[in-house]
Design a protein around this ligand. Structure first.
Ligand code: SF4
Length: 655
């Protein structure tokens, strides 16, 4: 039995009247090149996809762009995008009763079957609450009715969705491409049957697939001291642990095929091709590296086809070759040279947004910049001293760095940027002060190689936040005052240096946003009350310095946590023990908890582990647990064919 649905009208006429009164109205009008508007009535499962940040950050997001296209390619499925509206429009929408809308056809978000949010950072949680409220969807999942969409969280932050467990109906961890299609089929079947059993039934069907986490089907029991005793399913057929999704053959999923071209200015004005997923370097602080294992490379042929199709579809003049450590692709030299040759006449620039010092070589850098600007080189040693780099397993020696930098200066570069973290486990002031020494050596080497004085080195430092599913998930986070004091000492050491100080740029952030990110990253369900209190106190766009208010978060912690016998420090600066049940233990990233603990102990002993791509498997658990294997080249394939036949719209992505 098919359920009759209410007609859904565009809110644009009402929105349009408000746009002359807000900043950057163009971001709300939609109609971007390669965007899709499908007929509502011709589809039976409809997704509203949100990157919970402003358009300028959200539009280039690859995750949303990929799912948007994967879903819209299917017959009977519709996907539209929505972004966070700025506070000026939010106020007007509330005043005039305009609900949260999609930018594609300006349909109200509440009319969709699924409202899927992709979280790359936990600081987007308050923006989710704003969007839910503007949409007219009850904030608490328990209060929703059959007329409300399924609110679904994805993205890296969803690997611990417990702090937002009260607000979401479901979460999916891992790669989304296949997961959204599987979910679509479950929802379609339930709707076609006349929605039997209401929301509870469809959520149960999704949970029983084993790959969708539905928080309401799990009870959390606590110990008297506040730690978790256990997490138990409260329905039969629901798995004890929910598995992550892993797409194994990236060549079968060449998305986005038709990248969106933004209307308003955005953070990236280029097209991106993901050249591999996963990373097994084993940097212990890096959640992305741990949760995206194993490594899966896209073939050189597949990359060539995506670049060709994407450039044709967009007219962009720059291509970013994305991954967690792009120079690690086994065929990166051929890829860079091949693409630089092919697009030499068109002056298409190539960039590798993330590059490791030891995988970098100047031939590669020269190929990449052949058709474009030779701007600065950026490296991320992450830790200032050799000792701390052993703790974090970032095996970059100072010698490697200086040697690479010398070659770079010798080849015409004049600017080097270095990224570091402050507050790493076991770190002392001395480790951080070594950052100044490294920067001085870089400049000294640059002066020596070039014979010139105008050599610059910029040092950029972020606060370290321990993340779930990493060996540092048990580590105490460094407090705000200690972080700030350490960074001040470093700043003084740099500024006070007469010979080099003026050539060293110093960018750092204070420790406050990091501690709140720490609370949200390793929090449990009780942190939901804090997020809600912050939202109700006006918290929006917490990832933006100018909007983030530490005092607002502190106030919320001081009211919401003491009734539970907890406080901010309990969640952040407290070290966890081996036997503690962690809030995310029932979400299976494939990593073996015992292996993570051993790796944490190795960190404390300053013992490094090698990359399993080039050395034997070190038993992190991912491959046997998920029945997968690492997948790397060389493939022997070539950067051909030159002519690409675009997939027909509506075609099967996996064909
Ligand atoms: S199981 Fe072994 S081969 Fe697979 S990612 Fe872990 S360490 Fe590498």
């Amino acid at each position: 039995m098919k359920v009759a649905e209410m007609p859904v009208e565009s809110v644009f006429p009402r929105l349009e009247a408000l746009l002359p009164h807000v900043q950057k109205p163009i971001q709300y009008v939609g109609g971007e090149l390669n965007s899709t508007v499908k007929e509502w009535d011709a589809t039976d499962v409809r997704w509203a996809l949100m990157y919970p940040d402003a358009y300028e950050v959200g539009l280039p997001n690859q995750g949303v762009m990929i799912l948007y296209e994967v879903l819209n390619e299917r017959d009977g499925v519709l996907a539209e995008r929505t972004y966070s509206v700025w506070p000026d429009l939010e106020a007007l929408m509330r005043e005039h009763g305009v609900p949260q809308f999609t930018v594609d056809a300006h349909r109200p978000v509440r009319a969709f079957d699924v409202f899927g949010l992709s979280f790359s950072t936990e600081l987007g949680y308050t923006n989710m609450l704003t969007a839910l409220d503007l949409a007219g969807i009850p904030l608490r999942a328990a209060d929703r009715t059959l007329d409300d969409p399924i609110v679904l969280a994805g993205g890296h932050a969803a690997f611990n969705p417990e702090p937002i467990a009260d607000f979401i109906d479901a979460a999916v961890i891992g790669d989304g491409e296949q997961a959204v299609l599987e979910m679509t089929e479950v929802i379609r079947a339930w709707k076609a049957e006349g929605r039997p059993g209401g929301r509870d039934e469809v959520l149960l069907r999704l949970a029983k697939t084993g790959g969708v986490y539905v928080p309401r089907f799990y009870d959390v029991e606590y110990l008297p001291d506040g730690r978790i005793a256990r997490v138990v399913p409260n329905r039969s057929g629901v798995p004890w642990r929910v598995s992550k999704h892993t797409v194994m053959d990236l060549d079968e999923w060449p998305y986005p095929k038709q990248p969106l071209v933004p209307l308003a200015e955005t953070v990236h004005e280029r097209m991106s091709v993901e050249i591999f997923r996963g990373c097994t370097r084993g940097c212990r602080f890096c959640q992305a590296g741990m949760i995206t294992r194993p490594v899966r490379e896209r073939s050189i042929t597949g990359i060539g086809e995506m670049v060709e199709a994407g450039l044709k579809a967009t007219g962009f003049e720059e291509v970013g070759l994305l991954s967690l450590s792009s120079a690690d692709h086994t065929e990166i030299a051929d890829i860079a040279k091949g693409l630089a040759d092919r697009y030499e006449d068109d002056k298409i620039g190539l960039s590798l947004p993330s590059t490791r010092v030891d995988a970098f070589n100047i031939d590669l850098a020269n190929e990449l910049t052949r058709n474009g600007r030779r701007s600065g080189l950026t490296f991320a040693p992450e830790g200032g001293s050799e000792r701390i780099r052993k703790v974090i397993n970032k095996m970059v020696s100072e010698e490697d760095l200086i040697r690479t930098v010398a070659t770079a200066y010798g080849n015409g570069w004049r600017q080097v940027k270095l990224y570091f973290m402050c507050g790493l486990p076991t770190e002392t002031d001395e480790d951080v002060l070594q950052i100044a020494e490294m920067a001085k050596k870089v400049i000294a080497k640059g002066r020596e190689v070039t014979g010139q004085n105008d050599i610059r080195c910029t040092v950029s430092i972020g606060g370290f936040v321990p993340k779930p599913h990493t060996p540092f998930q048990w580590a105490p986070q460094l407090g705000v005052e200690e972080t700030d004091a350490r960074l001040e000492k470093l700043r003084d050491a740099i500024r006070g240096d007469r010979k080099y100080g003026r050539n060293i740029g110093f960018r750092y952030h204070d420790g406050k946003p990091g501690i709140i990110e720490g609370l949200l990253s390793r929090g449990d369900r009780r942190v939901g009350a804090v997020i809600r209190a912050v939202y109700e106190d006006g918290g929006r766009f917490d990832g933006w310095r100018e909007h983030f208010s530490y005092d607002r978060w502190l106030r919320a912690c001081q009211t919401a946590l003491p009734p539970e016998g907890l406080d901010l420090a309990w969640y952040t600066t407290r070290e966890r023990t081996a036997e503690e049940v962690l809030p995310w233990d029932h979400l299976d990233s494939g990593l073996d908890k015992d292996w993570l603990w051993e790796d944490w102990q190795d960190a404390l002993d300053e013992t490094e582990v090698d990359d399993c791509r080039w050395t034997p498997c070190f038993d992190c658990g991912v491959c046997p647990q998920l029945d997968l294997d690492i997948q790397i080249g060389p493939t022997g394939k070539k950067l051909l064919p030159l002519t690409v036949v675009n997939a027909a719209p509506g075609g099967d992505a996996s064909a």
